[in-house]
Design a protein around this ligand. Structure first.
Ligand code: K3U
Ligand code: ZN
Length: 169
């Protein structure tokens, strides 16, 4: 059995967090499958509900999204970790919601961020199947946060105004 290693998490200021990540080709490459396993293990070990490949120093368009009820989002649904490859947000609702976010790459900082309440996403599964799905609430928020990472954007860049300064925990 192969061991899954935990990966280092890039911290704010690392250039890779500001770059647009590359589309994934070669879906059945075992290196991609190992990357997904290692991202998932790293996310779980860090107590996160999402992770994007640039956060582990890999400039590829891969994200993992998970969800569970938690003190900050008690109504969050439970969702097993799901890998999305080359995710595209096809549609965002005009309706938005403001809720607090954190980021494994920006420790101890949280800020309310306005995001679309509902989104439609197209992505490839790790088995290479194309899927389209609609998400709402906390899961839609995580997906938007992770897709931002693929475009080199950190949540702190989306803080709206002076009254919503990021706060340290
Ligand atoms: O804020 C965090 C959290 C963890 C468990 C439940 C609720 C919140 C940890 S930070 C986190 O999980 C980010 C992961 C990141 F940075 F790698 F993208 C995902 C995220 C959390 C909250 C809102 C949006 C996205
Ligand atoms: Zn993040």
């Amino acid at each position: 059995m192969t061991e899954t290693h935990l990966l280092p998490i890039a911290q704010r200021g690392e250039p890779i967090l500001q770059q647009r990540a590359q589309e994934v080709t070669g879906l059945h490459d075992p290196v991609l499958q190992q990357l997904i396993d290692a991202m998932q293990a790293t996310m779980l070990a860090a107590n996160g509900v999402g992770i994007a490949a640039p956060q582990v120093f890999v400039s590829k368009r891969v994200i993992i999204v998970a969800s569970r009820p938690n003190p900050r989002y008690p109504d969050a649904p439970s969702m097993q970790p799901l890998a999305m490859i080359n995710p595209e947000i096809l549609w965002r609702s005009a309706a938005t919601c403001l809720s607090e976010e954190g980021c494994l790459s920006v420790p101890d900082v949280r800020a309310p961020i306005e995001r679309a309440e509902r989104i439609q996403v197209r992505y490839l599964t790790r088995a290479g199947e194309t899927r389209e799905a609609e998400y709402s609430g906390f899961i839609a928020r995580i997906i938007q946060h992770e897709c931002d990472h693929l475009d080199g954007i950190l949540f702190v860049e989306r803080v709206m105004d002076d009254t919503q300064e990021p706060t340290r925990d």
